[in-house]
Design a protein around this ligand. Structure first.
Ligand SMILES: [Zn+2]
Length: 159
């Protein structure tokens, strides 16, 4: 991204807002022109040449023990690169920490076990993929209800 004066913008601020949205502020190094962008942390990627950490993600990184910090940083940046993410938010950190895997809320797990075999595998994949897409750390009963209604055209049985 380049300023109209031809100089490069420098990223000054990256803040996380609600629901996986981020706010980024850029300033031109030469003329001082500034721009602010509110975007999804997954969609902001096309705008930037290199990875930026949100203030919140950086803060979480800073609180780690010194011997762990470089390892986590590397792991998260590798994960983000593999997934084409240039804005590294706390959501991305959580995903990377789970190695792209989603955990299951105990109630959701129990409910999944009651789903008939052939449908279960498909439901598991769909639910984990949706949770990851939304940056959720785990599959919940609420998510199951929603996906069931959308993909299988039926409401989950009330237990
Ligand atoms: Zn400029």
């Amino acid at each position: 991204m380049r300023c109209t004066c031809g100089s490069d913008f420098r990223c000054e601020v990256v803040q996380e807002w609600e629901d996986g949205r981020v706010f980024l502020r850029y300033r031109c190094e030469r003329c001082g022109f500034g721009v602010g962008i509110e975007t999804d942390h997954r969609k902001g990627g096309g705008l930037f040449a290199h990875q930026v950490w949100t203030d919140e993600a950086r803060h979480r990184l800073d609180r780690l023990p010194p011997y762990v910090e470089p390892l986590v940083r590397q792991e998260v940046e590798d994960y983000a690169a593999r997934h084409g993410l240039t804005v590294i938010s706390t959501d991305v950190m959580t995903e990377a920490g789970n190695q792209g895997m989603v955990s299951w809320h105990p109630e959701a797990k129990q409910r999944l076990s009651r789903v008939p075999g052939p449908v279960r595998a498909m439901a598991r994949v769909e639910l984990e993929r949706t949770a990851l897409d939304r940056g959720l750390p785990e599959v919940t009963v609420e998510l199951m209800e929603e996906i069931k209604a959308r993909y299988f055209g039926m409401a989950a049985p009330r237990s």
